[in-house]
Design a binder for this molecule. Structure first.
Ligand SMILES: *Cc1c(COP(=O)(O)O)cnc(C)c1O
Length: 379
C-alpha cells in the first residue's frame, strides 16, 4: 500500500462488523473473558486496546518497523526507552536535543546510573571518539532542535552496527512522510505524536517504533508494567490526525520554504536555519536521506529587543510552545524548551536571546509574512 493510502486506511484489521468507516473508540478499561483461561486477545486496556492497536500498527507500517508502541506523551516514550539500560551503561546523544530529553537524561537517567556524552552528532569522528566499552547506544535527533543540525543516519548506523550499539532516532521533526530512519539503519524510532502525527495541537502522544522482536518484547514488558499508555480517545485523535499527514507535511513545507526565503531578505534577520535552504551546511546530507525538509525554522534577529517585540506583536502566529500542528507557532527556545539547559551550553550552541523558532502551519503564506513584517516594523 502506498504511504498516503496507509495514512488514511491504516492497517487492514477490522475491529467491528458494522462497516464503520471511522475506527471505533473502544472506551473500555477491561474486557470480558469468554471462558476460564480464555481471552479475546484483549484483557485490560493498559495491556491492549483495539483502537490503540489500530494506531500502533499504522504507525509501525508508516515507519517500516515491525511494531509501534503508543504512549501518553513523547516523554513517556523516551522514559520507557531509557528503561532498556542499566546502571553503568553509557549513551552518546546529540548535543542539540529537545529540552525535555535533555532534562530527563540529566536529572533522572544520570541519577539512575546511566552516563552520557553529548556531542555534535553531525560529526561522525566525534561520535566514534566517545565510544567506550560501556557504550550501549547512540541517541540522535535530526534535524536537531532548535539549531537544525543534520546527522547522517546511514553513516552513524554503520558505526553503531560495527560497535554493536543501538541507534535511536527521534524522528518527530520530519515524520515518516519525509524520513524513515529504520530504512537507513536505525534500531528504534521515537516520536512525539503530539507534533506532526497528531497535527492539530490538541492531543499529547508518543511512540516507539522497533524493528527487532527481542527489543519489542522488552519494551512491551516495560510498557505494560509502567503504564504510560495512550487512551482510546487520544488514540482515535491520532488516527484521525494521521489521515491528513501527507497533505499537511507537503503544504507546511511549502509555506516554510517561502517563509524561510522571505526571512533571509529581512534586514533585522541575521541568520536563518532551515534545512531546505541550499546554503544550509547539511543541505546535501538532508537531500540524500530525506524526501523533504519539513516545516521547522529557527532564525536569529539583530537583538533581544527585536526578538521580544516579535513575540509580543505577532497575532496570526501564536507565541506558544510545541510544534507540528496546523497553527503556526513561534517560541523563544532560550526561555521555553531550553530553559533548563545551562547558559554556557546554550550559548555555545547559539541558543541565545536573539534566537526564535517557528513551526510553520497551514495558514495563508501572505498572512504569515504580513504578520512577521508588521512585528519587525519600527514603531
Ligand atoms: C515535543 C518533543 C518531545 C517530547 O514530546 P511530548 O509529547 O511533549 O512529551 C520529544 N522530542 C521532540 C523532538 C519533541 O519536539
Amino acid at each position: 500500500m502506498d504511504f498516503n493510502t496507509l495514512c488514511i486506511h491504516g492497517n487492514d484489521d477490522k475491529y467491528d462488523r458494522t462497516g464503520a468507516v471511522s475506527v471505533p473508540i473502544f472506551q473500555s478499561a477491561t474486557f470480558a473473558h469468554p471462558g476460564v483461561g480464555q481471552s479475546t486477545g484483549y484483557d485490560y486496556s493498559r495491556l491492549q486496546n483495539p483502537t490503540r492497536e489500530h494506531l500502533e500498527k499504522t504507525v509501525a507500517q508508516l515507519e517500516g518497523g515491525i511494531d509501534a508502541i503508543a504512549f501518553s506523551t513523547g516523554m513517556a516514550a523516551v522514559s520507557a526507552l531509557l528503561e532498556l539500560f542499566s546502571p553503568g551503561d553509557h549513551i552518546i546523544a546529540s548535543d542539540d536535543l529537545y529540552g525535555g530529553s535533555h532534562r530527563l537524561f540529566h536529572n533522572i537517567s544520570m541519577k539512575n546510573g546511566i552516563t552520557f556524552d553529548f556531542v555534535n552528532t553531525s560529526n561522525l569522528s566525534l561520535i566514534a571518539s566517545h565510544i567506550n566499552p560501556q557504550t550501549k547506544a547512540i541517541f540522535i535527533e535530526t534535524p536537531s532542535n532548535p539549531m537544525m543540525q543534520v546527522t547522517d543516519i546511514a553513516a552513524v548506523s554503520q558505526l553503531a552496527k560495527n560497535k554493536n550499539l543501538l541507534l535511536i532516532v527521534d524522528n518527530t521533526f520530519l515524520t515518516p512522510y519525509f524520513q524513515q530512519p529504520i530504512k537507513l539503519g536505525a534500531d528504534i524510532v521515537i516520536h512525539s505524536g503530539t507534533k506532526y502525527l497528531g497535527g492539530h495541537n490538541d492531543t499529547l502522544a508518543g511512540f516507539l517504533v522497533v524493528c527487532d522482536n527481542q527489543i519489542l518484547e522488552q519494551l512491551r514488558f516495560i510498557y505494560r508494567t509502567t503504564g504510560a499508555c495512550l487512551s482510546p480517545f487520544d488514540s482515535w485523535l491520532l488516527i484521525r490526525g494521521i489521515k491528513t499527514l501527507a497533505i499537511r507535511m507537503e503544504k507546511q513545507q511549502e509555506n516554510a520554504t517561502k517563509l524561510a526565503g522571505w526571512l533571509c531578505t529581512q534586514e533585522k534577520v541575521k541568520a536563518v536555519h532551515y534545512v531546505g535552504l541550499s546554503t544550509h551546511p547539511d543541505y546535501e546530507v538532508s537531500k540524500k536521506q530525506s524526501t523533504g525538509f519539513g516545516a521547522m525554522i529557527s532564525f536569529e534577529v539583530d537583538c533581544e529587543q527585536t526578538a521580544k517585540k516579535i513575540l509580543e506583536c505577532v497575532s496570526v502566529i501564536q507565541y506558544a510552545e510545541s510544534l507540528g500542528g496546523v497553527e503556526t507557532l513561534i517560541t523563544y527556545p532560550m526561555m521555553q524548551t531550553h530553559a533548563d539547559v545551562p547558559k554556557e551550553e546554550r550559548d555555545a550552541k547559539g541558543i541565545n536571546e536573539c534566537l526564535l523558532r517557528l513551526s510553520v502551519g497551514l495558514e495563508s503564506i501572505q498572512d504569515l509574512t504580513r504578520d512577521l513584517a508588521d512585528a519587525l516594523k519600527e514603531e
